[in-house]
Design a protein around this ligand. Structure first.
Ligand code: NAG
Ligand code: NAG
Ligand code: NAG
Ligand code: NAG
Length: 426
């Protein structure tokens, strides 16, 4: 009996909700300004739909449709009268969907309640309308993987609630606006793979978690202090130089990629901590040695690449247990701590590149505890020792004469000299 009653009650409630939403639909017309803006936005974009994928704008029927309930990618406020567009997602983001050509209409700036603007990958050209800087409610702007040109409008960084700005993989040029640091709510900033040049602003927002400006033409040094909350930093493939001291304040870092720049000086000790499980500093001008710290519990998936620098001294135990460890093409000497072989035997370390150094010893263990050589890559050729016969070098990057020792004269010259040589030897 009780069950039946509650079922009836539920049906009644659902009926009420249905009535209300029907009434709401009749009353809640979209604002005329927003309707016009949607029209203009559609007019400047060309849907380059393949035959196989659905045509994104096919649901945008201005003659009879209600944008708030039937237009793909349009989400409106429910409380306001008339209804306003709160979120605009242009494109499906489905893989294989070619996206749009055309340009972004400045009429977007008439959608003054917009909090999210997303344009999926395509070949949209032209500049980012600077009018976006007047949309005070914007939290998310994502315009990745298109052909947008021009500069990043500085006004964007005065938006009070801006949380995510992703402009990666376009053709943007100019410099990074110095106003970036004023964007106090900004958590995610992606400018990767553009043509941005000049130097970085003097600072980044304090709450920034994710910063990626890799593959640009940025020169100069990192700011004296990086945001302490930063978890992800990629500056790879720019033209930056200077020391890495500023990373002493970024203790939350989990991912660091500064590869292919000209950073110099030593490795800050703060980089050796178990949270930082991806450290990519290869192809820089780094020098100095490793801190004499005990190994951290680096886990599966950890990767540290310090290859092609000018690191000196003996390898310490600090990186034992890293799953993929690349230390090749440096100026390391001495004996590799036996724990590195132990970590291979335990299956923790799967890749160990030590080739092209001046190492004189690589202790292995009894055959019973050898690692499965077909599952690991250990490269130790071109050092100042005989390559131990046991080591599987099948997976090493091989060149002519790759599986040999370094010529003796190079070793004696290196070990007799106190100063480090200036050129890198390949
Ligand atoms: C809408 O945007 C256009 C283009 O930026 C502008 O000329 C026009 O004044 C705007 N209309 C309103 C009502 O804001
Ligand atoms: C890179 O930036 C420098 C100025 O720092 C400029 O002279 C050069 O033309 C830029 N290169 C490209 C490819 O944009
Ligand atoms: C590093 O500096 C050298 C010498 O100044 C220069 O030739 C080279 O292009 C620089 N490399 C990068 C990636 O900036
Ligand atoms: C590379 O580092 C050395 C110091 O180790 C420095 O003298 C040199 O100027 C640096 N080169 C570049 C291009 O930054």
């Amino acid at each position: 009996m009780a069950k039946k009653c509650s079922l009836l009650l539920l049906a009644f409630v659902l009926y009420l909700i249905h009535c209300q939403s029907t009434i709401a639909q009749l009353q809640n017309k979209i604002s005329a300004i927003d309707l016009d803006a949607l029209h203009q936005i559609k007019n400047t974009l060309i849907d380059i739909h393949a035959v196989s994928s659905p045509h994104f704008f096919s649901s945008w029927d201005f003659a009879s449709g209600d944008p708030c309930s039937s237009f793909a990618g349009v989400t409106c406020s429910s409380s306001e009268q008339p209804r306003r567009v709160e979120s605009l997602v242009l494109g499906t983001g489905l893989s294989g969907s070619p996206g749009f050509a055309g340009t972004l209409s400045p009429f977007i700036a008439n959608l003054t309640e917009l909090s999210q603007l997303v344009l999926f990958a395509g070949i949209v050209t032209g500049s980012i309308p600077s009018e976006l800087g007047s949309l005070k409610k914007l939290r998310v702007i994502s315009l990745t993987n298109n052909l947008l040109t021009g500069t990043i409008p500085a006004s964007i960084f005065s938006l009070p609630d801006l949380h995510t700005l992703d402009l990666g993989h376009n053709q943007l040029s100019g410099t990074m606006p110095p106003t970036i640091s004023a964007s106090i709510q900004l958590k995610v900033l992606v400018l990767a793979d553009n043509k941005i040049s000049g130097q970085l602003p003097r600072g980044f927002p304090e709450k920034l978690l994710h910063l990626d400006f890799s593959q640009n033409n940025i020169s100069g040094m990192l700011p004296a202090r990086m945001s302490a909350s930063l978890r992800y930093l990629s500056a790879s493939q720019n033209r930056m130089w200077g020391p890495l001291n500023c990373l002493e304040s970024t203790l939350e870092l989990e991912y660091l990629d500064l590869s292919m720049n000209n950073f110099s000086g030593g490795l800050p000790t703060s980089l050796f901590q178990p949270k930082l499980t991806s450290m990519l500093l290869q192809r820089n001008n780094l020098s100095g040695g490793f801190p004499p710290l005990a190994p951290y519990p680096y886990g599966p998936g950890s990767i540290i690449d310090l290859s092609r620098n000018f690191l000196t001294g003996e390898l310490t135990r600090v990186l034992v247990g890293v799953e993929s460890l690349f230390l090749n093409n440096n100026q390391l000497k001495g004996t590799v701590p036996k724990e590195y072989f132990g970590s291979l035997s335990l299956g923790k370390t799967k890749t160990l590149y030590l080739q092209h150094n001046y190492i004189t010893g690589f202790p292995t263990a009894a055959e019973s505890s050898w690692p499965p050589w077909d599952l690991v890559a250990v490269c130790i050729s071109y050092n100042c020792m005989e390559v131990p016969v046991v080591v599987g070098i099948m997976a090493c990057p091989s060149g002519i004469g790759e599986q040999i020792s370094r010529p003796a004269y190079q070793c004696s010259a290196f070990h007799n000299r106190n100063t480090t040589p200036k050129e890198k030897e390949d």
